[in-house]
Design a protein around this ligand. Structure first.
Ligand code: GLU
Length: 557
């Protein structure tokens, strides 16, 4: 008679380790009471989704605030879906957002005592556990061919029962060990399945740190735990890893709730303690066409990929701060009170997470982005812009690198004061905002026409501009500069006092605001621009005069 042990040895002849050996090799972590061990476990199958940044940010936060450990594990057992280099890229992108693990997979290296942290390097560990399950009869080899699987599916359809490999339909569940042995010896292809003792009619209770306790149908499927290529499946591998890596808290997307019965069943079957679970709500958005909520989709929404924010020149911290407002509803008030500073002091709480699909709101992200950029000093924002442009925006990089000092002065307009201007939300479109500081872009805007108020004739405009050119110096402080502008205006009959002007507009050509607007439009080709004195100072007297001449020559034509 062939025993389970003989089957296990026939499948894994080279595995000599035991579960006890692994328990010793990966001992319980020596951490302070309450410390949480969290992990982010991406598959190298594509880009970093905004939802994954959300998850990993929360994993990082939960570990940090409990003096625990956050590690990254690469789940690469699906070789067919793997995209070369994507694992490294995920790590690079997380780093940009300051989501850095304490241990685990770091892209080009691994660090930590609980590794390897790349699943494809952990075969011996998985095989040791599978061998144990085979020995105790909780796993068996299944020799189903694709045709047999198809026949099972057809029969289930006919009988109108649940599809899958379970109970009476699990063709190789109850064959004899003799037959198993013979088929293995014959070199037949097989997978290893978990033998489920569950019944789909039964409900089990599971606890989730966000959802609380809820009921869900027990798993009755004999799921594959080891594929015919020897690699484990996700369901099995991550359970083994979370056990031996001593994860205390599994934080992941709610798409995994449905397979939770499988995971808890495996933990229970082996007799391992289960980690705590927190399944995060999926990030949604309002569909512009239907007005309904839907999941952020990689196909439809550029903001579904983290790379979008990086390539568009967002300040990474702004996205993180914004995501935290989705994560905890009390965070927004907290961070506003804290003047957008010291986010690390915020106490995050999984209990305070809303379950009804977090809505991604670009407008709110842009609000955080503007606030945070406004807080940077001249050098910080210039450096950020330069790094960004050098990598992603050649047109901007050319301009910054040609004259970094000039760019810094542009950035410094209305900065470093109590109420700084909040112009910038990202650097991807910054030339739309500051383009007029560059001669070619300025001239292109002028060529499209200038929005002067048509109350003023060409002669009025020229007269005002020439007077300004001849008499207005910016080598004085702002107040003196403004007084000179008023004097120039007074001579040309522009009211310097708004009250007087309002009382009798017909007596004047315009007021001082009109005169400033004429100058603003001339220097910037637009009606809205930052502080005119600063603009003129940054442009310098020569360039300002040149622009006045340029506009006058066009007016004369
Ligand atoms: N590799 C899985 C994924 O790509 C991880 C799920 C989990 O965190 O357990 O989403």
């Amino acid at each position: 008679m062939i025993t389970n042990k003989q089957i296990a040895d026939a499948i894994f002849p080279n595995i000599t380790l035991t579960i006890e050996d692994l328990e010793k090799k990966y001992p319980l972590r020596n951490l302070v009471a309450g410390a949480e061990v969290t992990r982010f476990a991406p598959s190298p199958t594509g880009f970093l989704h905004t939802g994954s940044l959300f998850t990993s940010m929360i994993c990082r936060k939960v570990a940090t605030q409990s003096n625990g450990v956050f590690f990254i594990r690469l789940e690469d057992t699906d070789m067919k879906r793997e995209i070369a280099g994507s694992g490294e890229r995920l790590i690079e992108q997380l780093k940009i957002f300051d989501v850095v693990p304490d241990e685990g997979y770091f892209g080009d290296y691994e660090e930590g005592n609980y590794g390897p942290y790349i699943q494809s390097k952990r075969s011996e560990i998985y095989h040791t556990v599978i061998k144990y399950l085979l020995e105790i009869g909780l796993a068996y080899p299944c020799f189903c061919t694709p045709e047999e699987v198809e026949a099972i599916r057809e029969e289930q359809e006919k009988l109108k029962v649940n599809p899958g490999y379970y109970g009476q339909f699990a063709k190789y569940r109850n064959i004899s060990n003799e037959e198993r042995y013979q088929r293995i010896i014959n070199g037949e292809r097989y997978v290893v399945r978990f033998r489920s003792e569950g019944n789909h009619e039964n409900k089990i209770k599971v606890t989730d740190l966000i959802r609380g306790e809820f009921e869900i149908a027990e798993n009755d499927q004999d799921i594959v735990i080891c594929k015919s290529d020897g690699l484990p499946t996700y369901h099995f591998a991550h359970v083994v890893d979370d056990h031996f890596m001593r994860t205390t808290t599994v934080i992941r997307g709610e798409e995994w709730v449905a397979s939770l019965p499988i995971h808890v069943q495996i933990f229970d079957a082996i007799g391992w303690n289960k980690p705590n679970y927190a399944h995060l709500p999926v990030i949604m958005k309002l569909d512009e066409n239907t007005g309904n909520k839907r999941k952020l989709s990689k196909r439809l929404d550029s903001e579904a990929a983290v790379s979008y924010f990086i390539e568009d020149g967002y300040y990474p911290k702004a996205l993180i701060m914004y995501l935290m407002t989705i994560a905890n509803s009390n965070f927004e008030e907290w961070i506003l009170k804290n003047n957008f500073e010291h986010m690390e002091d915020f106490i995050f709480n999984l209990n305070k997470m809303s379950l009804d699909g977090a809505l991604f709101d670009m407008g709110k992200l842009n609000f955080f982005a503007r606030e945070l950029f406004a807080k940077l000093n001249k050098d910080e924002i210039t450096l950020f812009a330069k790094h960004y442009a050098d990598k992603y925006a050649p047109e901007l990089a050319k301009r910054i690198n040609y004259n970094p000092h000039y760019f810094a002065e542009i950035m410094n307009i209305d900065r470093e004061k109590i109420n700084p201007r909040k112009d910038y939300e990202k650097f991807g479109n910054v030339l739309d905002i500051i383009g007029y500081f560059y001669q070619d872009l300025y001239e292109a805007e002028v060529a499209k026409g200038l929005p002067f108020n048509d109350r003023f004739t060409k002669e009025d405009l020229i007269e005002a501009l020439v007077a300004i050119k001849n008499n207005l110096s910016c080598e004085q402080d702002e107040q003196a500069w403004f007084n000179s502008l008023k004097e120039i205006g007074a001579k040309l009959n522009y009211a310097t006092n708004t009250k007087e002007y309002k009382a009798n507009p017909a007596a004047y050509k315009g007021n001082i605001g009109d005169l400033a607007e004429i100058l603003r439009i001339t220097l910037t080709a637009r009606k809205n621009a930052p502080n005119l004195y600063s603009v003129m100072k940054v442009l310098g007297k020569d360039e300002s005069d040149r622009r006045i001449n340029h506009v006058c020559s066009l007016l004369v034509k």
